[in-house]
Design a protein around this ligand. Structure first.
Ligand code: AMP
Ligand code: ZN
Length: 479
């Protein structure tokens, strides 16, 4: 079998994966800024990281994954103050929502989710090291990292840091790409921060955005670990700044492999809050689309290829999720057939040669595809040709009950990577959304808009829900 190979952004090529400690992978994945609900673009990154994590486990590695929660930055502070509630209270809502969405999308939990506000002393300690080593300067109580003190700056993103004018600095947590500037490590308190500040040896203030990932990754994974990931928009400046802080502060190599996923796009533009072209998982669930189909859609393209969302609830255009559902239906149909076949077959417990060979070859091909920089299209191609071939063998009577069991076991084992084969959990059925749809359907029937009422019935059916007319009105239950 081929060894795992990943495209390493740092060296701009595919490389064989070798962890620092044999058998053990230490993985850091940049997490959400909990100022709002995460959108499907964010979840493209988290699903990619989930497939990476599951693939590593499929290949026999132990995984220690850390994902940070950014619960203090310009946006969280501004929005909590607008609402007139504390920062902690404000971010709690979005932290909870984030974990609920992770479950809906079957994203396995990382081992640790450190929050920035719980790690201020670790950040201060790292900044102190940077001060001692001469990488910082102070302006009006804020501390900046001097990029010109780190000659390798720009290697990850392939940007040139030469010719930087002294004092060109930025203290916003978000700023223009391609704009190489000294960045804030520690921000002096201003009245806009209200009661959000920490009294530390650096003064009264709060950390800049980048420092948390350097401090928390090192706390839980050490100063030199295996893989660091994020979406491509994280490469510059965030990850470039992390490298500068960690390498200069801790004096170690920091990260061996940097993996970045391309964006989820809508009409060619990155899905983002600022472009207002985003959907949350809630939006999609309310439209009756199953989180299972959303997950399938998000993982169905190679992680380094942009993924285009074709979805417009206003015109009921749901191409992306219809395609996902179509693919899942093909898997479900085969699994149902296999389950029935096992039950009724009298064909004995011998394994047939044809199914055996098919399973061996496809296992090899599935693993080789994943090993090749997570070639998901290749892996799904193997899955669907197995589905097709087993269907053929079933119709020509060449399958025994033992074969059916073996195929089912193989599908289940592949699903430890894909995570798409089981039905949505009970908790993912949004009762309120169903009630809303039923009310809308009643309304449509009253106004004799049967086209719409049929459409809603189909949406509800696709959610795996059966409607029953009772004297008390329409009731629903799971299929
Ligand atoms: P943020 O909360 O903006 O820091 O983003 C959290 C994660 O989502 C980061 O890894 C981003 O790179 C990623 N991300 C944001 N928008 C997109 C998108 N449209 N497609 C893929 N990843 C994204
Ligand atoms: Zn980060």
């Amino acid at each position: 079998m081929d060894p795992l190979r990943f495209y390493n952004t740092l060296n701009h090529r595919k490389e064989e994966f070798r962890p620092v400690e044999p058998g053990q992978v230490r993985l850091y994945t940049c997490g959400p800024t909990v100022h709002d609900y995460a959108h499907l673009g964010n979840f493209r990154a988290y699903v990619f990281e989930d497939v990476l994590r599951r693939t590593l486990k499929f290949f026999g590695y132990r995984v220690l994954q850390v994902m940070n929660l950014t619960d203090v930055d310009d946006k969280t502070i501004r929005k909590s103050r607008e609402k007139g509630i504390s920062l902690a209270e404000y971010t709690r809502t979005y932290k909870e929502a984030f974990f609920k969405d992770l479950d809906g999308l079957r994203i396995e939990r990382a081992e640790k989710y450190p929050a920035a506000t719980d790690h201020i002393p670790e950040m201060v300690e790292l900044i102190q090291k940077l001060i001692e080593k001469g990488h910082t300067y102070e302006v009006e109580g804020s501390l900046y990292f001097r990029i010109s003190s780190f000659p390798q700056y720009g290697r990850l993103a392939n940007v040139k840091a030469e010719g930087l004018r002294a004092g060109l600095r930025v203290d916003l947590d978000e700023y223009e790409k391609e704009d190489v500037r000294d960045f804030a490590l520690w921000k002096n308190w201003t009245p806009e921060d209200g009661d959000v500040f920490w009294e530390t040896s650096l003064g009264k203030g709060r950390p800049g955005w980048h420092i948390e990932c350097s401090a928390m990754s090192t706390k839980y994974l050490g100063t030199h670990f295996d893989i660091h990931t994020g979406g491509m928009d994280n490469i510059f400046p965030h990850h470039e700044n992390e490298i500068a802080q960690s390498v200069c502060g801790y004096g170690d190599r920091f990260v061996n492999y940097w993996l970045h996923c391309a964006h989820l796009v809508v009409n060619g533009e990155k899905m983002s809050k600022s472009l207002n072209n985003f959907f949350t998982l809630r939006d999609i669930k309310d439209a009756g689309i199953s989180p299972r189909a959303v997950r399938y859609f998000l993982l169905s393209a190679h992680y380094r290829q942009p993924l285009n969302l074709v979805y417009d609830p206003a015109t009921s255009k749901t191409d992306s999720f219809d395609a996902a559902k179509g693919a899942l239906d093909r898997i479900d149909e085969l699994r149902t057939k296999l389950a029935e076949f096992k039950e009724y077959s009298v064909a004995g417990d011998q394994r047939s040669r044809s199914v055996n060979d098919l399973l061996d070859e496809s296992q090899m091909a599935f693993k080789n595809a994943l090993a090749n920089d997570l070639d998901i299209s290749g892996a799904l191609g193997v899955l669907f040709s197995l589905v097709k071939d087993v269907n053929k063998l079933l119709s020509s009577g060449e399958v025994t009950a033992a074969d059916a069991l073996a195929v089912e076991e193989r599908l289940k084992s592949w699903d430890t990577v894909l995570g798409v084969m089981e039905p949505d959990a009970e908790a993912d059925i949004d009762a309120e959304a169903i009630d809303r749809l039923i009310a809308e359907r009643n309304e449509a029937r009253k106004t004799k808009n049967f086209a719409r009422s049929d459409e809603i019935r189909k949406i509800i059916d696709d959610m795996g829900i059966i409607l029953q007319d009772t004297p008390q009105g329409v009731r629903w239950r799971r299929k």
